[in-house]
Design a protein around this ligand. Structure first.
Ligand SMILES: Cc1cc2nc3c(=O)[nH]c(=O)nc-3n(C[C@H](O)[C@H](O)[C@H](O)COP(=O)(O)OP(=O)(O)OC[C@H]3O[C@@H](n4cnc5c(N)ncnc54)[C@H](O)[C@@H]3O)c2cc1C
Length: 556
């Protein structure tokens, strides 16, 4: 199928999708390839042409550049009053253009929680079926049928999966330790079987040493579709969506800023906001939707009441536990000549690494010996990286390190975003006050202390001790609860899984109904990370794709 990528697409369009990120690209692909209507996909970012977005190990160098929206939290009382940078992709592909590419399906316990607040449509079974369809779709498009996984999963689930590329030598060695101790995950990706605690190499949205962003998948999907109507899909990049246009209580289009000009584009059937956890509420606030009392702070007339819009912000914090190695190598940056050549010649080597190559899940209260067979829902995840987590890509020390990014995946703390007046009104009508409320629930901190001590216990014993020279961070001498608490407050940071600001729910106060419709407005949907009622206990990209897949089933 021919598609239009440019600066001046011609309409009319059935659907306008705002945001060419994980949800937006998946949904656009489904609408077009299932022949549900024509789509205009809009994004403020540009095509992903930079090496920072394509070469897997380079993604941290995109932070703070024009490829990043560079959001920031307010000073966080729970994190020693630090303001935390919140990177979010500003490119075709959205955050999948700058993320770590890990592909994990959410677990049954996640959907148990979703079903409680968003109804039976979100119980485990229908979500699992949709996951399977998404996985098969990715597998067919990318032809990634990893042989090492076929025997373990495909015979049971008849599904294809994203791939596990070559592992960095230090990571291979760590994986061997888990095998030796019978701590490898017994089912992966999650959600397909139980128990699913344990460690393994992560599946990645990566093929032949290159990132597969959601935008790349969309392109593959369009190319694989028999040519029908070349006007079914158009994409306008560098187009900032200011607000939704209404005819009474019906969404009929969007107002955009593109190349310094403002214009309105109409949509026959409606508008779908997929601008992400911060982008989507910002467009809604700028369109007059939200809690009336918050509109006193901005110059936008309030139109539709939505009391929970912006509330329920959730995120995962990561704490780097960094170990110096007695032997082995580490992924360095900038890459040396040999690594550059290896990548140029065969797309392999450290530059093809997503850094967080290995990891897994555990319940911090489970007995260390039976950690991989615990049936309790897990509360912690490890992102194991063959480098110094805090320093990469600006490495100071060149001694080899292995980092265990201890990630709390079951936080109880909740935060919010609210609209404030924008200081630069060129593009934005409103700016956001972002307060994730990190560690505001006292239970989260005791969980962290448990997670740290369980990590230390898991890294005891011959295999690890022969190899790990010392715990550089927090440092083995830091064992007192008060000292560790301070360490968490000073060093924990986001692992970029912000969600929930515009969540699905069955009550009238929830911003969305169970099928992503914005309550009280016709022809307006939200589908992206902001729609999650609770943040899944893992990396969220696969779940967001599954959500977009399901919205395509429900669109009129
Ligand atoms: C650094 C990083 C690493 C991560 N690693 C992983 C990982 O390894 N695995 C995983 O599962 N998840 C990971 N995540 C999280 C995952 O990438 C996000 O949860 C996911 O991309 C969110 O999808 P989305 O569709 O909600 O938004 P996004 O993918 O962020 O897309 C939103 C899009 O909307 C556009 N947009 C926003 N506002 C406007 C506007 N007003 N007008 C026009 N366009 C607009 C943006 O430019 C963007 O393209 C990571 C995230 C980051 C930032």
């Amino acid at each position: 199928m021919r598609s239009h990528l440019g600066t001046d697409p011609t309409g009319p369009f059935d659907y306008i999708i705002v945001g060419a990120g994980v949800a937006g690209c998946t949904l656009a692909a489904q609408i077009v390839t299932r022949n549900l209507g024509s789509v205009l996909l809009l994004d403020a970012g540009d095509p992903d042409r930079s090496y920072r977005l394509r070469v897997p190990a380079e993604y941290p160098t995109a932070f703070g550049t024009s490829w990043d929206w560079s959001f920031r939290t307010t000073n966080q009382a729970g994190l020693a009053r630090r303001s935390i940078p919140l990177p979010a992709g500003r490119a075709l592909g959205g955050s999948s253009a700058i993320n770590a590419m890990i592909y994990i399906e959410a677990s049954p316990s996640d959907f148990g929680e979703w079903a409680k607040v968003a109804g039976e449509r979100w119980s485990e079974l229908p979500c699992r079926e949709a996951f399977l369809q998404v996985r098969n779709w990715i597998g067919k498009l990318t032809r990634t049928i990893p042989t090492q996984l076929m025997s373990r999963y495909d015979s049971v689930f008849n599904a294809t999966l994203p791939s596990i590329p070559e592992l960095y030598p230090t990571i291979q060695k760590a994986l061997q330790q888990f095998h030796n101790r019978h701590q490898t995950a017994s089912s992966y990706p999650h959600g397909l079987d139980r128990p699913h605690a344990g460690f393994d190499a992560y599946l990645r949205m990566q093929h032949n040493g290159r990132r597969i962003s959601a935008w790349k998948l969309l392109q593959l999907a369009l190319n694989a579709t028999t040519p029908k109507d070349s006007h079914l899909f158009s994409c306008l990049h560098a187009a900032y969506v200011r607000s939704v246009e209404f005819d009474r209580d019906r969404a009929v289009g969007v107002r955009i800023m593109s190349h310094g000009k403002e214009r309105v584009i109409q949509a026959h059937r409606g508008v779908i906001l997929s601008a992400g956890t911060f982008g989507t509420p910002r467009v809604l606030f700028a369109s007059g939707i939200g809690s009336r009392d918050e509109f006193q702070a901005i110059d936008v007339p309030h139109r539709f009441e939505s009391p929970r819009l912006g509330k329920n912000l959730q995120d995962h914090l990561v704490l780097p536990m960094v170990y110096r190695l007695k032997c082995g190598t580490t992924v360095s940056h900038p890459p040396n000549r040999e690594d550059r050549l290896t990548y140029l010649q065969n797309r392999k080597g450290p530059r093809a690494s997503n850094l967080a190559e290995l990891g897994g899940f555990f319940n911090s209260l489970a007995d260390t010996a039976s950690i991989a067979s615990s049936r309790e829902p897990f509360d912690f995840q490890w992102h194991i990286t063959p480098t110094h987590y805090l320093e990469y890509p600006n490495l100071v020390s060149h001694t080899p390190h292995l980092s265990f990014g201890l990630t709390h995946v079951a936080p109880k703390s909740r935060g919010f975003v609210k609209p404030i007046r924008a200081s630069d009104s060129n593009d934005h009508e409103v700016a956001l006050h972002i307060d994730p409320g990190y560690l505001s629930d006292p239970g989260d901190l005791s969980g962290w202390l448990q997670g740290i001590s369980r990590t230390r216990e898991l890294l005891q014993g011959d295999g690890w001790c022969d190899w790990l020279a010392e715990e550089s961070l927090p440092g083995a001498r830091r064992s007192d609860a008060k000292v560790l608490e301070l360490f968490v407050r000073r060093f924990a940071t986001t692992i970029y899984h912000y969600a929930g600001t515009c969540s699905l729910g069955i009550t009238n106060r929830d911003a969305l109904d169970e099928q992503f419709r914005v309550r009280g407005i016709d022809g307006l949907w939200v589908c992206d990370a902001s729609a999650m009622p609770t943040l899944v206990r893992c990396n969220p990209q696969a779940t967001i794709m599954m959500m977009a897949w399901r919205l395509a089933d429900w669109l009129p």
